[in-house]
Design a protein around this ligand. Structure first.
Ligand code: KG4
Ligand code: ZN
Length: 337
């Protein structure tokens, strides 16, 4: 029996999880509300909020899992990428526990963990998990990647964004519409009531499996500016259709490249992951495309899509099985190590 305790602190969620033999026993997330009024994450405030939340989140994760610290076989943390001050809080806290309890320390890459969220099985439900090799479209606030995953610890990026991430495309579009940060979930909410074919936005022409969202953002900005000159209430009067239309273009850009990746590699086990995979338009269009293309499709449950520690714990579990441990000199890094 292997019991892992994991911390995630790369951005604005302080999260802790306990995983036993690959099954998640607890997944506690404290989302930092303080950033809302600044329209984006303020790094210094994020670090301070992590310091305040990390002990209560840890206590709760252990309590829900029904384990004590002495039951833990290894301690894991997010090493990179992320905000350096935020990562340091999680890293140093986890190192102290590893040192005090004399148990191995495991460092986890946040983007690898988003992909492996697809290997999480709910406790009583043996739901299907992808077999290897699989493709994963990983879409978050900072990354947009198509990853070819050969085994839990062996994956390579075969396509990625050249500029903005898909999450940024959502958040920046929301900002143009005057919606608060993070705007992705709000675009999703309003889009449910709207017509995604009402307004047409250009599809970027990028070779291969890479993405670009900066041109789409500029086209959207000019479109809204021009419509507001004609009717100053344009946004208020058409919010659902505007949200549905920009969402539908972002989703089609993502899925067209994923389709291309599957056809080029011949891989039909296909997953999505990362914060943007919580988007209902992406989830339903992904399932529909999967049916058309004959894929087996996999989407993590909502709680494992946005930042969470369960994905860090499951990744650490596979690292534990492969004895990939760190000594206490390990340091986090803001960029991918
Ligand atoms: O993976 P994540 O929680 O954090 C990072 O590692 O970046 O992703 C956060 C991103 C934000 O851009 C947020 O707006 C977006 O995911 N997001 C969504 C939805 N939920 C979260 N975007 C669109 N629709 C959603 N439902
Ligand atoms: Zn993330």
């Amino acid at each position: 029996m292997v019991t892992i305790f994991a911390i995630e602190s790369s951005c604005d969620e302080t999260a802790a999880s306990v995983c036993r033999d690959g099954i998640i026993l607890s997944n506690v997330i404290s989302s930092q509300k303080i950033h809302e009024k600044y329209g984006g994450v303020v790094p210094e405030l994020a670090s301070r909020a992590h310091l305040q939340s990390i002990v209560p989140v840890t206590d709760q994760a252990l309590k829900i899992a029904g384990v004590s610290l002495s039951d833990i076989d290894a301690f894991a943390f997010t090493q990179s990428p992320g905000l350096i001050g935020a990562l340091l809080v999680g890293a140093e806290f986890t190192k102290s526990m590893s040192l005090a309890l004399n148990k191995p320390l495991i460092a986890v890459h946040h983007m690898q963990a988003h992909v492996l969220a697809n290997l999480i099985r709910p406790i009583y439900e043996k739901n299907k998990i992808p077999s290897f090799p699989f493709l994963c479209l990983t879409v978050s606030g900072g990354h947009t990647q198509i990853v070819l995953c050969e085994s839990p610890l062996s994956m390579k990026i075969i396509g990625q964004t050249l500029d903005d991430a898909a999450g940024e495309a959502f958040d920046k579009s929301a900002k143009i519409l005057g919606l608060p940060y993070p705007g992705g979930p709000l675009i999703d909410k309003y889009a449910k009531e709207g017509n995604g074919n009402k307004y047409k936005f250009p599809e970027p022409k990028i070779d291969g499996l890479d993405f670009s969202f900066s041109g789409l953002k500029t086209a959207f900005l000019y479109f809204i500016r021009d419509e507001k000159i004609k009717n100053e209430n344009f946004v208020e009067e058409n919010l659902p259709d505007i949200c549905a239309s920009i969402q539908s273009r972002i989703v089609s850009v993502l899925l067209n490249k994923l389709k291309k990746a599957s056809r080029e590699t011949g891989i039909t086990e296909v997953c999505i992951a990362g914060g943007v995979s919580a988007n209902s338009g992406l989830r339903s269009s992904f399932e529909a495309l999967g049916k058309e293309e004959g894929w087996n499709t996999y989407i993590p449950s909502f709680e494992y899509c946005t930042d969470n520690a369960a994905m860090i714990a499951i990744t650490a579990y596979y690292k534990y099985l492969d004895s990939r441990f760190e000594d206490l000199s390990v340091v986090p890094s803001a960029r991918t190590a």
